[in-house]
Design a binder for this molecule. Sequence first.
Ligand SMILES: *Cc1c(COP(=O)(O)O)cnc(C)c1O
Length: 411
Amino acid sequence: MSEEQADPSARVSGGWKRLASTLVQGGRPDAASADGVFVNSPVSRGSTVLFPDLASMRENGTRSHDHELVYGAMGTPIQHQLERLIAQIEGGTHCQVVSSGLAACTTPLLAFLAAGDHLLLPDAVYSPTRRFADTMLRRLGIETTYYPPLLDETALRDLIRPETRIVFAESPGSHTFEVQDVPMLSRVAHEHGAKLMLDNTWGIGVFQPFDHGVDVSIQALTKYPAGHSDAIIGSVTVADEADWRVLRDAAIQLGQVAGPDDCWLTLRGLRTMAVRLGHQAKSALRIAEWLRGRPEVARVLHPAFDECPGHEFWLRDFSGASGLFGVELQPEMPVSAMHDMIDALAMFGLGASWGGYESLVLPTTGGIRRNIPGGLLQGPAFRLHIGLEDVDELIADLDGGLAVLRASWAG
Ligand SMILES: *Cc1c(COP(=O)(O)O)cnc(C)c1O
């Protein structure tokens, strides 16, 4: 048995170790090609690109939209640098950086779908993606069917129609953390001429999408890559040249870019991501293990635990974990007692999003939308994001919170 298999803490942080050198060295200015360069690239803010004469301007007009300097709406040099590093981390060939994680979900859906097409979305999908499918895509004549995230191959075949163009996956699922069998989804999608699109935000760095048959990999770079809760940005990565042309063309038509300062912040965040995530994954596992032993807790929805639905796919396909997981309380606990507990926490910020250096808590009960009846969660639930604070202080804070929960319940 390897060290990683024997030690769960090494298992959750192993993938980050493998990525550390790439994150530090990848996509940096080339020191050999100049008299001397700063370690980091400068931010060039720009819309207009100026030319010395008309001939060079005309030549620029014939350049591919992938070129570094065409017009600010096609991206700036720092955006293209970020795109190269994301493509490298995800094992793809091309990446398009867009204005937000949500735009990273909507842009490829618009790029690859047309009126009359059919889309399969997992029922645990990030809720703004659900809303986009239920409103804009529906209006454009694209029909969506929601599928149980852990459906088997036969059930998936039953849902696929001749007009199914995209099987969308999000693994683990938002709030309920089902880990999906992405290689199976991809195999069945491809047999039917559909593409497999994955929202890989939780798994960046620890799930290699293109090794598992994914065609389009989506990231909310807002989360761990930017890593400091100070930017909204997203990315879409592909491996296939034909997919790239479709995606790039749609991004340009939709005016999808990210500001150079946000690209720079994200590159800066990526340089330290392996260290942050290695640490956050270990702290999160310790806290998850502590919570798992508490009588108030029914289940900890952490992909590294066997009670997490789809845990076997995490074991098979992931090389590590991140710092985000769910907690389901005993079914007899009132939601109001959970709210009192959350209000009593001092170390955990209360707010949307995750992936920064700071710990966060968010109640998920009341915020989960599902189309398929028979919800997964029986008790009140909340989501924790574990940051870089001292892990013992975080546990002490949660201990105090659970005391408030018990008192509120008893009262
Ligand atoms: C946060 C998130 C998004 C959206 O990212 P924004 O940058 O906030 O728009 C998309 N998918 C998942 C899974 C997310 O967690």
